[in-house]
Design a binder for this molecule. Structure first.
Ligand SMILES: Cc1cc2nc3c(=O)[nH]c(=O)nc-3n(C[C@H](O)[C@H](O)[C@H](O)COP(=O)(O)O)c2cc1C
Length: 345
């Protein structure tokens, strides 16, 4: 059973310290001495230390702090996660880490950790959604909690699709998300060749900028895809992107291999005045999401937009786009809203 630690006495974790030192790790004795010197007692509202007790014996420990090395209040860091060797492979470590992540979800954009020269622990953390990184000092793994990616399907970088996506991202940013956007045309993605090798490998053998897109996509919890209507459909850029995601979709072996828990927003824009074409674009984007296990949480479509000036004059629509992002984590928000505004005629 998990218990929060408010007072840490040596008796409580003596065996854990002893066993960890036997394995060559110093991090628990360091954690204990920092607790005693009051340097770190996991006391802030966004910090917590826990133990796992079984039959009155303390068999595991772990904690989460504000990231002290990167000095970022919006990042959490797992500290001192340790399970007695004889209690490993019983999901105790997983329970400890999941508990700390659930707690950290409320406060942080990302949770980091450093696995001390213990490559054996890598698969454990990767199975809980952490990925290896060398982007930050003193960090071996990171799990993003609040990260959003805007995917702009129009080749016009300053066009209406880009503007609407930027408004959604602005809302997300103001509610604590790390945001990023990708202009699909800049990636120069190659066409899927239909070689079907991904049926076996679950990976694409084409070497191009898709890897850059995949990395961002994998890390992001919110995906926002927008496309203008080109001949009544998504742009060619978006279609090529969809095709290149085939290795990861659930039509192979009935299971998507995209990390779970992602939520998606679809955006469609067109010059003509009727809804049907835009609806087709939303359906295409949502078809893509559904085969990757991404839950739709919002749709925006705007008609009668020939030029960006037509959209700029529709402040109401841009405000709605902003609030779709800003209210993303509100519990009572409407599911699958279609925000639509017909302009002009
Ligand atoms: C090649 C091309 C094809 C288009 N086809 C359609 C179409 O079939 N239906 C439509 O309503 N608008 C069509 N449009 C207009 C765009 O959807 C519209 O101008 C949109 O606002 C452009 O968005 P953007 O500024 O993000 O590029 C087309 C535009 C281009 C360049």
């Amino acid at each position: 059973m998990i218990e929060e630690i408010k007072i840490l006495e040596e008796d409580t974790i003596e065996e854990l310290i002893h066993e960890s030192e036997n394995e060559g790790y110093r991090f628990l004795s360091k954690m204990f001495s920092q607790w005693n010197s009051r340097e770190n007692q996991f006391q802030k509202e966004n910090e917590k230390a826990i133990i796992f007790r079984e039959n009155n014996k303390v068999i595991a420990i772990g904690g989460i702090n504000e990231e002290p090395y990167l000095k970022r209040k919006d990042f959490g860091r797992l500290r001192g996660v340790y399970v007695l060797p004889s209690f490993r492979r019983k999901h105790v470590g997983k329970e400890i880490v999941k508990h700390l992540i659930d707690f950290g979800n409320k406060y942080y954009k990302a949770i980091t950790l450093r696995v001390p020269d213990n490559i054996e622990a890598y698969p454990f953390y990767e199975s809980i959604g952490f990925e290896m990184t060398n982007e930050y000092e003193s960090v071996t793994h990171i799990k993003w909690i609040k990260k959003a990616l805007g995917i702009i399907g129009s080749p016009r970088h300053n066009g209406s699709t880009a503007l609407l996506i930027s408004r959604v991202l602005e809302g997300l940013k103001n509610t604590g998300y790390e945001i990023n956007e990708i202009h699909v045309d800049e990636l120069n993605l190659k066409y899927c060749t239909g070689c079907k090798s991904c049926d076996k490998t679950r990976e694409c053998n084409i070497d191009d900028n898709f890897t850059k897109l995949k990395k961002e996509f994998w890390q992001s919890n919110i995906i926002v895809i927008g496309s203008p209507s080109y001949w009544g459909d998504v742009t060619g850029h978006i279609k090529v992107l969809f095709d290149r995601f085939t290795p990861y979709c659930d039509t192979i072996d009935g299971k998507t291999i995209v990390p779970s828990g992602k939520r998606g927003i679809a955006i469609a824009i067109r010059a003509g005045s009727t809804r049907n074409e835009n609806q087709h674009i939303l359906d295409s984007i949502n078809h893509f999401y559904s085969h990757l296990g991404i839950k739709n949480i919002g749709n925006i479509c705007v008609e009668s937009i020939n030029d960006i000036s037509d959209l700029i004059s529709q402040e109401e629509m841009l405000t709605k786009a902003y609030f779709l992002g800003a209210n993303i984590d509100e519990e009572d928000r409407q599911e699958h809203p279609v925000l639509a505004l017909k302009t002009g005629g």
